[in-house]
Design a binder for this molecule. Structure first.
Ligand code: THU
Length: 138
């Protein structure tokens, strides 16, 4: 699926605004994510760290949680924004979390503050993945 430039801009704006709110006192690595749902709505999240380090949450998890809370059940595009020397792609756990709500051809846009650096599909990020259909036997 092609994401129109205006939607891409809206996803980037939402993810950047979310990134501003990141709670990352331990890593100081701020991440924002924005999910476009099947109703055309955008849901954003930021990383939320914890003094008990493994309890921290990634930005993508927050964005998906916001989508589910709003009644969204399908992610049709995701944008992740972070600032590093190389593009900040979703971690392995987040790839699986996205997989729950997305088709393999869902675009995953990887951005920094200046714009989108890379566009991949979820299938490229998480090939041969396990998903809900395995459990339903279909
Ligand atoms: N982080 C995310 O929020 N999303 C990712 O996909 C990669 C990593 C966060 C987790 C942690 O708060 C910080 O970045 C450093 O790993």
């Amino acid at each position: 699926m092609q994401i129109p430039p205006s939607t891409q801009d809206a996803l980037l704006a939402a993810a950047l605004a979310a990134r501003e709110k990141a709670y990352a006192p331990y890593s100081r690595f701020l991440v924002g994510a924005a999910v476009l749902d099947e109703q055309g709505r955008i849901h954003a999240g930021c990383n939320v760290e914890n003094a008990a380090y493994p309890q921290g949450l990634c930005a993508e998890a927050g964005a998906l949680s916001a989508m589910v809370m709003a009644g969204g059940r399908k992610a049709v595009a995701v944008l992740v924004v972070g600032v590093a020397d190389s593009p900040v792609t979703p971690c392995g756990g987040c790839r699986q979390k996205l997989r729950e709500f997305a088709a393999g051809d869902m675009p995953v846009l990887i951005a920094n503050a200046q714009g989108v650096l890379l566009e991949l599909t979820l299938e490229q990020l998480l090939p041969h993945s396990f998903g809900p259909e395995h459990l339903s036997g279909s």
